[in-house]
Design a protein around this ligand. Structure first.
Ligand code: SF4
Ligand code: SF4
Length: 168
């Protein structure tokens, strides 16, 4: 290997015996790591790590979270199955089957009301479009996990019982 043309001293530095075995540098690196480890063990309150799930991050009041369907006083859905939310939804993830309501004062009700949470982009347009304040994205629930795709397709009963998170 030729060092011709390089500044004087570059490339031909002779390592001392101590440097050439890298042992002391490895020890120095381990010393720094162990120092941080011991410090963190005794000062856990200074660490930025959040102890999830015991500790949960508090999100802004503007954070939406998972949907819920609002209920009438008798527990039935406030929704009148007008399809405004499913029409406006840009992700096409709401599907509603409407049926005649037994109460003549109410025209229709949702026989089925399904949202595919994996397709939803949480834009809030369904909530904006609803004329009855029947659907809201105010639960604050962000823990949306499941072990199969089917479990993300939530139905009317699930949405009617989707309570707001206690931390909000
Ligand atoms: S939040 Fe947006 S994407 Fe999700 S269901 Fe409502 S309208 Fe559709
Ligand atoms: S949730 Fe609101 S917008 Fe959607 S179908 Fe029911 S009443 Fe209409």
């Amino acid at each position: 290997m030729s060092f011709e043309g390089l500044p004087k001293g570059a490339g031909n530095k002779q390592l001392s015996w101590r440097d050439s075995i890298y042992f002391w540098e490895i020890l120095r690196g381990m010393g720094v790591t162990i120092g941080h480890l011991i410090h963190n063990i005794f000062h856990t309150e200074e660490m930025p790590t959040m102890q999830y799930p015991e500790e949960k991050r508090v999100y802004s009041d503007r954070f939406r979270g998972r949907h819920r369907l609002m209920q009438r006083e008798d527990g039935s859905p406030r929704c009148v199955a007008c399809q405004m939310c499913s029409t406006v939804c840009p992700a096409d993830c709401i599907s509603i089957d409407s049926a005649e309501h037994p109460d003549p004062k109410i025209e229709k009700y949702p026989e089925t009301f399904v949202i595919d949470l994996l397709r939803c982009v949480y834009c809030g347009l369904c909530e904006e479009a609803c004329p009855c304040d029947a659907i809201r994205l105010d639960t604050g629930i962000y823990e949306i996990a499941a072990d199969s795709r089917e479990k993300f397709v939530v139905d009317k009963d699930f949405l009617l019982n989707n309570k707001t998170q206690g931390t909000r």
